[in-house]
Design a protein around this ligand. Sequence first.
Ligand code: AMP
Ligand code: GLY
Length: 427
Amino acid sequence: MRVLVVGGGGREHAIAWKLSQSCLVDKIFIAPGNGGTRLHGENVPIKDSDIDKLTEFAQENNIDLTIVGPEASLVEGIVDTFQEKGLKIFGPSKEAAKLEGSKVFAKKFMEKYSIPTADFSIVTSKEEAEEKTKKRNYPYVIKVDGLAAGKGAYVVFSEDDKKKAFKEIWEENKFGKSANRVIIEDFLDGEELSVFALTDGENYILLPSAQDHKRVFDNDQGPNTGGMGAYSPSPLATRELLQKIEKMVIQPTLKGMKEIGHPYKGVLYCGLMIADDKPYVLEFNCRFGDPEAQVIIPPIKTDFAELLLKAVEGKLNEIDFELTEQYTVCVVMASGGYPGSYKKGIRIEGLPAPESLAHGVVFHAGTKFENGEYFTSGGRVLGVTCWDETLKGAVDRAYKVIQTIHFDGAHFRKDIARKGLKRLGVL
Ligand code: AMP
Ligand code: GLY
């Protein structure tokens, strides 16, 4: 089988790495890929957003299956375009990807199908937002409707926070069309959890749960990032809680999407707040998370290519899904200055040889390979990922590997998985 992975981050490295272990896969292409994905296949210089070129490439190169990492091309309709040409592709259609592409769509959908989420109102102007927030107590949350690269949600604790949100959304017009509609919703107090369902539109498989670390600094301080690390499974996700999540969130979502004529296929990523043992949906994403993919893909024992292919073909019920019983931890090494401005082209030293890591992989994100050396090329550079029978063991391993890797300005959080360790009583 010839597969194409669309994207160039740590998530796509994890996908390509896992596919490279499948006996069904003969050749992997990654568009555009990064310094690490070249170890598993051939990087193709096509942007992940260039749907026409990707379609052409898949046709000309007899690609049997395409897997899309990033949300933007899914929301733009890459799946529909590929399918029109008779190409197999893993991911939701344009209409189904609206669960991530439009928060207003997602909120109205959840309201219609009684899926628990924060109470909300929708505004279309600064004046309307003023009116809606005037009598509100802090905290509350303001979110722009469309894609915003993880930067479109403001948790408002004070007048200053509100001013900042209003300024960025309506004066600086930072989000363009994504902010034509804006949601104002209740603040939910609890612990965040990410749960993933792999679905063919009819059947689904629950993938391991995970917890992300969105803020750049330890103890959840500093600005939001794409994610500074993750661990899986989350000790918060007990069997009882997962059952509730399936019943209250996953099943009604899949049923509802089918009912409105847009069956959801691909990975349904549920970003949840757990409050008083009850799940509330903060957001849906229409793909694997990054860096969550780096911790939920390694424990999958089932052949990954077969799993994704069966999902595309609507035959997930034929799959015998197996996981290892391990904890996996990913610590992101980022460029100094990220998520603000940062330098690129810095030499990376001390990367361990892949075969020297028996219980881990260093997933590449913003890296490029030139003249036999690796250089930084993005904000999140590496995702040092390790596994073990215990969460503590996985954490210790990841931080041990990190000690060997150097690049000028490298920054990483020292507290990845601390919440999980506390919950397990290990800290
Ligand atoms: P979102 O893009 O909707 O996932 O929001 C980004 C982040 O903002 C979430 O990961 C939460 O940390 C926070 N957040 C969003 N909505 C709420 C809410 N209703 N209550 C509390 N925190 C929230
Ligand atoms: N790590 C958050 C995301 O992938 O959306």
